[in-house]
Design a protein around this ligand. Structure first.
Ligand SMILES: C[S@@+](CC[C@H](N)C(=O)[O-])C[C@H]1O[C@@H](n2cnc3c(N)ncnc32)[C@H](O)[C@@H]1O
Length: 363
């Protein structure tokens, strides 16, 4: 990458996340990369980092990061958009510069590079995604070296175009699939949390080195793992992780996953009767049972009331709990009864389903 001078700001980037997490992702991006946030839209954060290097791949509350080629909110849903896409792709970006930055972050492979085009499209446009993809390809035209191979898998370079209603954004993907899927989480369970949501909950919990972090219904262990990585990847030390679940299979899954990250203390227990001392925990993170998989036939109100009372008992006076549920009203009621006060609430959409992330403090 060419050395930067104060007159040469780093190139702009954008990150994709789960709709609802833009504010948390923006906070991580600006604190971790010293970045200026240029704009946000549902599931999208556009930013300019102080310096652009591999640190951008250490972000945890986003699923993909790109170098910005161009962006617009001037689409019309009509066929003329295809001309715009072709023209903007051909004329707006400095492709040689963007490709040089990409190669600095992902060194150019030996031999001929393979490339791929990805187009995401949502909204009632008169044209199909395939037509938008062809317009992107025409716009790229001579910017792609004639010897580069067009490959479907393991491409070295991916050009992405995301169209959402009147908005379109185009860039070069910097992240690999590991950013979204996380290599540490090899074992999965039904209703298991998306790692990026777990990371956002860990961010909300304001973790600090040496803290005791509890997930009383830990499932596959996603929250405990992401909590550890949130601190570690930002170079801020280690946590003491404790978790438990009623389900032995869940515990085994959590044990296997967390083994990849240095382990955790895991127990089979009922979250309504935690075998833990009063005021022994700094932070609680929990993806509460809710929805189709865990909700049917259960009295969630009673489960929440009793387990929240236990959370309140084991939490230190300055502690924090960050909980995820689709049953926000039930959770608020149980929190009130347990003398836990909501201090923040974030609505997210996961696989089309709304859920709420609630931050609670003891009162
Ligand atoms: C929605 S899942 C959590 C998923 C988990 N956070 C993950 O990412 O994989 C809820 C978990 O709560 C557990 N659970 C339900 N009732 C419980 C109780 N009374 N005590 C402990 N665990 C319980 C279930 O076995 C399940 O693993």
């Amino acid at each position: 990458m060419p050395p930067k001078t104060p007159h040469q700001p780093a190139s702009a980037c954008y990150a994709q996340t789960i709709p609802g997490l833009e504010e948390i992702a923006s906070a991580e991006i600006s604190q971790h990369l010293g970045a200026e946030i240029l704009r946000t839209a549902p599931g999208l954060v556009v930013f300019r980092p102080e310096e652009l290097d591999r640190e951008v791949l250490e972000l945890r509350t986003v699923e993909d990061v790109f170098l910005l080629a161009w962006g617009s909110d001037g689409l019309t849903y009509r066929a003329k958009d295809l001309d715009f896409i072709e023209k903007w792709t051909a004329t707006k970006p400095d492709w040689p510069k963007l490709l040089a930055i990409h190669h600095a972050i992902h060194p150019k492979p030996k031999g001929t590079p393979g490339y791929w085009l990805v187009v995401q499209q949502s909204g009632k446009h008169v044209y199909q995604r395939q037509s938008a993809r062809q317009a992107l390809a025409r716009g790229l035209g001579r910017n792609i070296h004639p010897k580069w191979r067009f490959v479907e898998e393991n491409a070295d370079i991916e050009f992405w175009l995301t169209i959402d209603g009147t908005q379109a954004i185009c860039g070069l993907r910097l992240s690999t699939r590991d950013m979204r899927h996380r290599t540490w989480k090899r074992e999965h369970r039904a209703a298991s949390l998306r790692p990026v949501v777990a990371a956002a909950m860990a961010w909300q919990a304001e973790l600090g080195p040496g803290m005791v972090v509890l997930d009383p219904m830990c499932g596959a262990g996603t929250l405990l793992g992401e909590a550890r990585l949130m601190l570690q990847s930002h170079g801020r030390g280690r946590l003491r992780l404790t978790g438990g679940d009623v389900d032995l299979d869940a515990l085994e899954t959590a044990r296997l996953n967390l083994r990849n990250l240095g382990g955790a203390e895991l127990f089979r227990w009922d979250a309504r009767r935690l075998p833990m001392a009063d005021q022994s925990v700094d932070r609680i993170l929990c993806n509460l049972p809710f929805g189709i998989t865990y909700g049917v036939g259960q009295d969630l109100g009673a489960l929440y009331t009793r387990s929240f009372r236990e959370m309140r008992r084991v939490l230190r006076p300055k502690g924090l709990a960050v909980l995820l549920t689709s049953e926000a009203a039930t959770a608020r009621e149980a929190a009130g009864a347990a003398k836990l006060k909501p201090t923040a609430s974030t609505r997210v959409r996961m696989l089309g389903q709304p859920a709420t992330m609630l931050t609670l403090r003891p009162v």
